[in-house]
Design a protein around this ligand. Structure first.
Ligand code: PEP
Ligand code: MG
Length: 323
């Protein structure tokens, strides 16, 4: 089994009907980077920068962060890395941050909300990223955007930092991409302008699913209650893909479900051409994509959706494994 995946390392994730899906890996610590080579991932689709903050007992300095991000880019050896700005609050509590008493932390003051209300740390992080990427590509993604103006404001802060670095005479990154994570259902219904303004959009399926079904991702009693292949959930994925396509904006999926082969081929059948997952999932996902006709699978999904099925999983499993 493992050997089969190793043999696939340098092969593309191309389906039987000739559609190629880009598979990237999720990371958060330097220690994750060697997997880039071993897994055959095309880059890091989600670098969770808060992990670096979580393993320390004090706020890192800008210089330290810049050195660290530069090492991440070095280790990636020219493959793209999507740096997500700090996603703290809720399940990710910094030991040196004054804990805020909130009745419902998952719905509370977290991620970009902190970044916009108290921009000091986010600005410092953006400066570190800009310096780390001097003379090379930089891709930044803002987490937990719930409405268009949050993205616009975050991007404006980033642009101000770029201008400031330029003014100070620092060498800037060559090509800069700024994207948004779509993790709340509201953003799927954002004004068209949002989809045009983002350089790319990445669906954070862990949070999107939590908020779509109102089912706490941390609560064992409910976290597996609703199927990712539930037709309602696929409808919102569909909507996001369609709105991104209309705007010509690349869309990816970077939640845990991207690393589950059956879910991954279903997303690909709906038109998703980029997935980001833990490194160990790249082989199994690639294997299944390579033996699936995505066009046919799309028909199976659509038929199941037009019946009264609550989830397309049954028909999809029949099609994939019992044909
Ligand atoms: C997600 O929500 O799907 C995601 C990728 O981010 P995190 O799991 O870090 O919240
Ligand atoms: Mg998330």
């Amino acid at each position: 089994q493992q050997k089969r995946f190793v043999d696939l390392r340098d092969k593309p994730a191309t389906s039987l009907d000739g559609e190629t899906v880009s598979l990237k890996m999720n990371a958060g610590l330097m220690a994750d980077l060697p997997s880039l080579e071993g897994s055959g991932a095309e880059g890091v689709g989600l670098f969770r920068t808060e992990l670096q903050f979580l393993v320390r007992s004090n706020v890192p300095r800008r210089g330290e962060l810049a050195a660290l991000y530069a090492r991440v880019l070095d280790a990636a050896g020219g493959k793209p890395v999507v740096f997500r700005t700090l996603d703290i609050g809720s399940d990710k509590v910094l030991p040196y941050m004054k804990p805020t008493e909130e009745p419902n932390p998952a719905l509370g003051w977290r991620a970009i909300r902190v970044g916009l209300d108290k921009p000091g740390v986010m600005r410092m992080q953006l400066q570190a990223l800009i310096r780390a990427a001097a003379g090379r590509d930089l891709t930044v993604m803002f987490p937990f955007i719930a409405q268009y103006d949050e993205f616009r404001d975050a991007k404006e802060i980033f642009q101000r930092e770029l201008a400031r670095e330029r003014h100070m005479g620092h060498i800037l990154p060559t090509n800069v991409q700024v994207g948004a994570m779509l993790e709340t259902p509201s953003l799927a219904f954002a004004p068209r302008q949002f989809f045009h303004e983002a350089d790319f959009i990445s669906i954070g399926g862990n949070d999107l699913k939590q908020f779509f079904f109102a089912a706490d991702r941390e609560n064992e009693r409910v976290r597996r209650r609703y199927d990712t292949l539930n037709t309602s959930f696929l409808n919102i994925i569909d909507l996001v893909i369609q709105r991104c396509d209309e705007a010509g904006t690349p869309v990816s999926f970077c939640g845990e479900d991207a690393g589950r082969p059956v879910e991954a081929v279903c997303f690909a059948a709906l038109g998703m051409r980029q997935l980001s997952m833990r490194a160990a999932s790249i082989g199994p996902v690639k294997h299944l994509i390579r033996r699936t006709d995505l066009g046919e699978l799309k028909q199976v999904i659509d038929e199941a959706r037009s019946s009264s099925e609550q989830s397309v999983r049954g028909p999809v499993m029949d099609y994939l494994f019992r044909r």
